[in-house]
Design a protein around this ligand. Structure first.
Ligand code: ADP
Length: 523
């Protein structure tokens, strides 16, 4: 028998994606399966998921979910043996490209009930109330699945371990208190030391409070979220649970983001033969209506265009950066806040032939961007992990990024001046002012002019190991600690000698203590 894990999430590529969460869920499920853990993904049956999934068959009808009845459909990811369970409800079926916001950019009014339904569906599976086998561990991801640990507790399901992974603490799922009864939260959970958060119900806080373990996706972010600056109001409850807080760094799908085998780029290349990158630059310049010029430094920006990603700062800094570096070209790919999107369109008008902007979500263009650019500008006010700079590094595109969160762990800064630091693969800058970004870009240009050093940085960037096998093993160790007694040996067979680390009170990391299933250290 294999160890069984149910991953509960709102997104998974290629079925639905708005950000890095989607990449992580599918890659983790795949890596767990490679290591003989039977991982299944439970997610909403958005139209794109219903369309993309294969071999769907009904495995349960759930009559009494918040917001109306639903059914569970079991099948597979397209072209893969990753198993998925889709929660099919009227509400999820009605959603379009962005599963959280309606056409006018407003949050769907029934989000609270819809994602509460997702959590109830997870509990039904964990309680053995469907035709699916009971998992040994349920792994809830972000606020969308935050209610799962609380509802397991409320429903007396004690023989399934629970993990909550925080992929982004800024998104919390906070909703009016008067929905509590419809959501299925008992009165005793509606207090400040449980799920209440500034007078509301917080789905994320429910997960933080009741999960057996809480994990987040980089060591630095795990430290940061315990502080008021990065805690988004949750630093109090996180400190309360810090003995259960673990950092397991993300990784990337190294087959999908691979310059040597990428079917979405103009020409493939490797560390030892970079000729293909020149063709990719040519292609990127064409795609963004920029003059084809192999010698013009080409800067990419590719992300959600939001306040988190410092779009406001970039809009102020870029005119100055363009003025200081007259040959520079800029290619921008993203979507997000309409005001910032407009700002980038205006920038392109202001600097024709130097700034190319594509507003939208486009997987092919994202690959072209990372492959063809020389540098990636990635300002961000906080960053749980930061997949985008890693994708760029895989293609020898040097990130110029904020010194926050996961970026501190993955980017080795070249240093302020003089010789490039050993192992450097990028540039980190401090601060949130346009001048901070301009200074970071000045340093990048200084290095770009020194081609031997630049090439060393490119090689370092391309050689770094960001594969999933290590992190997947760390998750398996974590699951082993919280699985029911009889199932631990199933995880132990797959678990490595090294244990995941917890943040701890002193800031130093140390191995997790074992806890008994059904007991909560802060109950
Ligand atoms: P976050 O999850 O905060 O958005 P990450 O950098 O960790 O940030 O992950 C973002 C993911 O979304 C990456 O896979 C990135 O390539 C992708 N992405 C973001 N915006 C776009 C876009 N406009 N087109 C294509 N891919 C995008």
């Amino acid at each position: 028998m294999l160890a069984r894990v149910l991953l509960v999430a709102s997104e998974a590529i290629p079925l639905v994606k708005t950000g890095g969460l989607a990449d992580v869920i599918t890659a983790l499920a795949s890596a767990l399966r490679d290591q003989n853990v039977d991982a299944t993904v439970l997610m909403p049956a958005y139209p794109s998921a219903l369309e993309g999934a294969t071999g769907l068959r009904e495995v349960a009808t759930l009559e009494h979910l918040p917001g109306g009845p639903g059914r569970l459909l079991h099948g597979c990811m397209p072209d893969s043996d990753i198993r998925i369970v889709l929660l099919d409800t009227e509400s999820f079926r009605a959603r379009s490209a962005n599963p959280y916001l309606d056409q006018s950019g407003e949050e769907y009014a029934d989000n609270a009930l819809s994602f509460a339904a997702l959590a109830h569906a997870a509990v039904a599976i964990c309680a053995g109330r469907t035709k699916l086998p009971k998992p040994h561990v349920v792994h809830a991801n972000d606020w969308h699945a935050g209610l799962v640990p609380a509802l397991l507790r409320a429903n007396g399901v004690t023989d399934v371990g629970s993990v909550l992974t925080i992929h982004n603490l800024a998104f919390q799922g906070n909703y009016p208190m008067d929905l509590a009864a419809r959501i299925g939260l008992p009165d005793e959970m509606l207090t400040a030391d449980a799920v209440e958060f500034w007078g509301q119900i917080s789905f994320l806080k429910a997960g933080i409070r009741y999960a057996d373990r809480i994990s987040t996706v980089s060591n630095s972010y795990a430290q940061e979220i315990l502080t008021p600056r990065f805690g988004h109001g949750m630093d109090g409850v996180l400190n309360y649970r810090k003995e259960a807080l673990v950092a397991i760094p993300n990784a990337v799908d190294t087959a999908l983001w691979n310059p040597a085998g990428d079917a979405l780029i103009a020409r493939r290349f490797t560390q030892s033969d970079m000729k293909g990158k020149i063709a990719c630059k040519w292609d990127l310049q064409k795609q963004f209506d920029l003059p084809v010029d192999p010698f013009a430094p080409l800067l990419a920006l590719g992300s959600r265009i939001t306040h988190q990603k410092m779009a406001d700062v970039a809009l102020l800094a870029l005119p100055e950066i363009l003025a200081r570096h007259p040959r520079l070209q800029v290619a921008v790919l993203g979507r997000g806040d309409h005001g910032y999107e407009q700002g980038f369109k205006q920038l392109a008008e202001q600097f024709p032939e130097r700034v190319g902007v594509h507003i939208g979500y486009d997987e092919q263009r994202a690959h072209a961007l990372h492959a063809g650019a020389d540098m990636l500008l990635h300002g961000t006010r906080f960053e749980p992990y930061g997949l985008t700079p890693i994708y760029s590094m895989r293609y020898g595109t040097i990130p110029v990024a904020s010194r926050v969160g996961g970026l501190i762990d993955t980017i080795v800064d070249a240093g302020a001046s003089g010789a490039v630091q050993e192992g450097a693969n990028g540039i980190l800058f401090d601060g949130e002012l346009p001048s901070d970004m301009v200074e970071g870009m000045d340093r990048a240009f200084g290095l770009f002019a020194r081609s031997a050093e630049w090439q060393t940085m490119q090689r370092n960037a391309m050689a770094a190991d960001f594969s999933w096998s290590g992190p997947a093993q760390q998750y398996i160790s974590l699951y082993e600690q919280i699985a029911p007694e009889h199932a631990r040996k199933l995880f132990a067979r797959q678990a490595p000698a090294t244990q995941p680390r917890i943040t701890g009170s002193s800031g130093a990391t140390r191995a997790l203590p074992r806890i008994r299933v059904g007991r909560f250290s802060h109950a």
